[in-house]
Design a protein. Structure first.
Length: 150
């Protein structure tokens, strides 16, 4: 109802102005992290890592490829302030090969970094091709080993 809506807006406004005392944050809000495959940006298959609803704004969000951190210059990030004073960060990565990707997120509200993994079969049709390619390579290896011992 209107009273609840006005009270919520007022409380959000008060909190957004009173979250700091002497330069220190009064509270932390944990990021809600998700990864997904999205439509290609510029013709490339693209994956998205989103961290939403976190506070304060300082957050590390990095991509990993097969467990190795990727150069930040390979990503495109959009940081925004939400109406409630929390923050959202979207990070996009164009993918060109069939490997495992992960989104690594660290924030002061977390006891340890969060890592979300995305396996190649999540990349749409390209993932199906990757799955079959890995299957064929594994089958070929088994056939070679059998042939070697027979």
């Amino acid at each position: 109802n209107k009273v609840t809506s006005n009270a919520t807006e007022y409380l959000s406004a008060v909190l957004s102005f009173s979250v700091f005392i002497a330069g220190h944050a009064l509270f932390n809000a944990c990021p809600v992290v998700s990864v997904s495959h999205i439509s290609a940006l510029g013709g490339f298959p693209t994956i998205l890592c989103s961290s939403e609803g976190f506070y304060p704004s300082a957050l590390e969000q990095l991509w990993m490829r097969n467990g190795e951190f990727q150069n930040a210059s390979l990503t495109h990030s959009i940081n925004k302030t939400n109406p409630d004073g929390s923050f959202t960060l979207h990070s996009y990565l164009n993918i060109s090969d069939c490997v495992n990707y992960s989104c690594w997120v660290n924030h002061s509200s977390l006891s340890q970094p969060t890592i979300l993994h995305m396996s190649p079969d999540c990349y749409g049709n390209r993932g199906i091709t990757c799955f079959y390619l890995k299957y064929i390579i594994a089958l070929n290896t088994i056939v070679c080993l059998i042939g070697w011992f027979c």
